[in-house]
Ligand binder design. Structure first.
Ligand code: ATP
Length: 651
């Protein structure tokens, strides 16, 4: 989806100097927040995170979840059985006596080993299949949950950069980690079963072996978890930069910016900027890699020392005769097996821990987004419009000190055409969005037939309002869908809206008519000129046939004929309905019932055209400026220039 170009609030091209959000210092707030969550605290949160992830999986598909857990656990049990059976093989082999008898004595256990490992292989295959089925289902569910929230949260959320970071982290990785948490948590459970088995064997052989064994693996586990956390911290710090890089990448590879990129030779600048952020990212990740390697080396060295101590203890037990050779042989096998199981367990734990960190990003997004949903409606849904009143409305965009609207009063009554005029940035579009129920005032109120719109069901309110947006979206959908939007596409209504807006002429030229996809990136797609798109956007607002039509700069890209036609349509449309018109073409608001003049977020004048002209204020000044531009011809040339009129082509 693309958005129509806008005169002022376009996404600014990156300034030639480095943007502050691309320097590492800007990332520090996240670090502060993160360092307060210690590794231990995070580890204690793991069981809950695993529980939550399992809940997601269960809701996605309970059978596959149950099969994933059940089959993996059963496979773990057979690993344990195999281990016990191996000790049954080794013991007779290491005891004295003739070899054929020893081998014969070991045969039943050997058969058990083979059966156990065969069963484990089958169960693991089944578990793998269940896991493979579960993964896309969980991802689909989390993705839909994410988009359900992003499409319902209040519009202001999209102006909050911190929230955008949270949303990016959830979209970029968090949402995909649920299934990884589950997979690694199941591995932890399976590993635990094997460990319990190996520990059982070791405890039976000699009590000192078990604690020694634990010591051999703990340093490695610590190193793995610490390395995972380092990586996560760095990636989290880099969120804003990565988001920025993503936006730059989009500009480098998108059709919308392709023309300006070339016209303004932005290629070098964008690639430099992209490279600069990539370098910051690369330097940060290289530092992490270095620190991770050191940590792992420390962990492995400590683990090596502990392993040596374990085998030294085993040797001491042998030398002192505290342990017979047959038992020692079994112990060596059990120690190796247990070490492998413990290492797998700790690896799974560290993966669970790492995935848990990313999954908590997703949970954090869900929590924050949940807090940004519109409150549950506590008033009746809005009835047919009689009157809309804004009183003392104050609104500041997130992160902005100065309010965009500061104590605004406006009245709109049924059947009226009300106009908002004022210079760029005076607050007209912001006010229109508040009146359209897209933003909520921070002080003051907007009342629809006397009831505060803040307590109304936003969708019910918006259903009564048609919007011709200044920043209309260019949806990669058919022309019919671009006009009807979420409503059913009705031919008669499409035709009427198209006639009123001038979109009929646009659609008549499309090869597939209303069915043409308005996006060149798709097969048989078509693109429109700026003015043609604007006619489609106007038809969109008119199609809804709502009580209140808000038209924000509906003619900025239209030619003179189309502009005249649209203003006539809007005035005709107002018969029995209501129109709020925002425009810089002041000639078109002369007929408005009431005109509000905004300046720096305040209403500085209001009244009809005659009254405002008589006051000689800002409106009169702006109106005269425009009128002069049409009437002032300057010094007349001695001889009027000859007009050249092209002949129509002969057919
Ligand atoms: N999303 C935003 N975040 C922060 N500030 C914003 C945002 N949108 C608008 N503003 C600021 O709010 C003020 C009012 O903007 P608004 O778009 O309402 O003006 P306008 O009168 O419609 O201007 P124009 O005639 O240029 O369309 C301006 O100072 C603008 O920079």
């Amino acid at each position: 989806m693309r958005f129509a170009p806008r005169r002022r609030k376009r996404v600014p091209a990156p300034a030639p100097t480095p943007q502050p959000q691309m320097t590492v210092s800007k990332y520090l707030p996240f670090l502060d927040e993160l360092t307060s969550t210690s590794m231990w605290r995070m580890a204690t949160r793991l069981p809950r995170l695993i529980g939550l992830a399992l809940g997601w999986a269960w809701r996605a598909d309970r059978w596959d979840t149950a099969a994933t857990i059940g089959l993996n656990l059963a496979a773990g049990v057979f690993t344990a059985v195999g281990l016990f059976a191996v000790t049954g093989v080794l013991e007779p082999l290491f005891t004295g006596g003739p070899t054929p008898e020893r081998v014969q004595a070991a045969l039943p256990s050997l058969a058990l080993v083979a059966a156990a490992y065969a069963a484990r292989a089958l169960l693991q295959a089944g578990a793998g299949w269940a896991q493979a089925r579960l993964r896309p289902q969980v991802e689909r569910r989390t993705e839909l949950h994410l988009f359900d929230l992003t499409s319902r949260i209040r519009l202001e959320a999209f102006d909050d950069s911190a929230f955008n970071d949270t949303m990016y982290r959830a979209r970029d990785r968090g949402q995909f980690e649920v299934s990884r948490v589950i997979t690694s948590a199941v591995d932890v459970l399976t590993g635990l079963v094997s460990i319990v088995a190996a520990a059982g064997v070791l405890a039976v052989l000699h009590p000192v072996l078990l604690p020694l064994l634990v010591l051999t693996v703990v340093p490695d586990g610590w190193a793995a978890a610490r390395a995972a956390r380092m990586r996560y911290e760095r990636i989290r710090e880099l969120t804003t930069g990565r988001r920025r890089k993503w936006a730059l990448g989009d500009m480098l590879a998108s059709r919308d910016s392709a023309a300006e990129l070339r016209a303004f030779t932005m290629r070098g600048f964008l690639i430099d900027e992209y490279t600069r952020i990539s370098d910051i990212e690369r330097a940060a990740m290289l530092t992490v890699a270095r620190r991770q390697t050191t940590t792992r080396l420390v962990g492995e060295a400590a683990g090596g020392v502990a392993t040596a101590a374990t085998f030294a203890a085993l040797g001491a037990l042998l030398v002192t005769g505290a342990m017979p050779l047959a038992v020692a042989g079994t112990a060596v096998f059990a120690i190796r097996t247990a070490q492998a199981s413990l290492a797998t367990l700790l690896f799974s734990l560290s993966t669970t821990y790492e995935s848990g960190l990313y999954f908590s990003d997703f949970l954090e997004f869900s929590r924050q987004a949940g807090g940004r949903l519109p409150p549950a409606p506590d008033t009746e849904p809005p009835g047919a419009l009689v009157e809309v009143r804004a009183r003392g409305v104050v609104f500041a965009y997130p992160g902005e000190q100065a309010p965009a609207l500061d104590g605004v009063d406006v009245d709109i009554r049924r059947g009226e055409v009300v106009a908002l005029v004022g210079e760029n940035g005076s607050g007209k579009s912001t006010l229109a969005r508040l009146l359209a129920g897209l933003y909520t005032p921070q002080a003051g109120a907007i009342r629809w037939n006397g009831a505060d719109t803040a307590g109304m069901d936003p969708d019910a309110l918006r259903g009564r309002i048609g919007l011709i947006n200044q920043e209309y979206a260019q949806w990669p959908l058919s022309a019919a869908r671009n006009v009807a939007m979420s409503a059913a596409a009705d031919d008669a209504r499409l035709g009427a809206a198209a006639r009123l807006s001038g979109a009929d002429e646009v659609v008549a030229e499309l090869v597939h008519g209303w069915d043409t996809v308005l996006d060149k990136r798709f097969v048989n797609g078509a693109d429109l000129s700026g003015g043609q798109w604007q006619r489609i956007a106007s038809a969109r607002g008119l199609y809804r046939d709502a009580d209140l039509l808000i038209a924000d700069e509906p003619t900025a890209a239209l030619d003179a004929r189309a502009e005249k036609r649209l203003f006539e349509s809007l005035h005709a449309h107002a018969q029995g309905r209501t129109v709020l018109l925002i425009t810089h073409r002041l000639a078109s608001v002369r007929m408005a019932d009431r005109i509000y003049v905004l300046d720096k977020g305040r209403v500085v004048e209001h009244g009809d055209h005659a009254r405002l002209m008589a006051c000689g204020g800002l409106y009169a000044e702006l109106f005269r400026m425009q009128a002069d531009a049409y009437t002032h011809t300057g010094a007349a040339p001695a001889e009027p220039p000859e007009a050249v009129v092209a002949e129509p082509p002969r057919r």
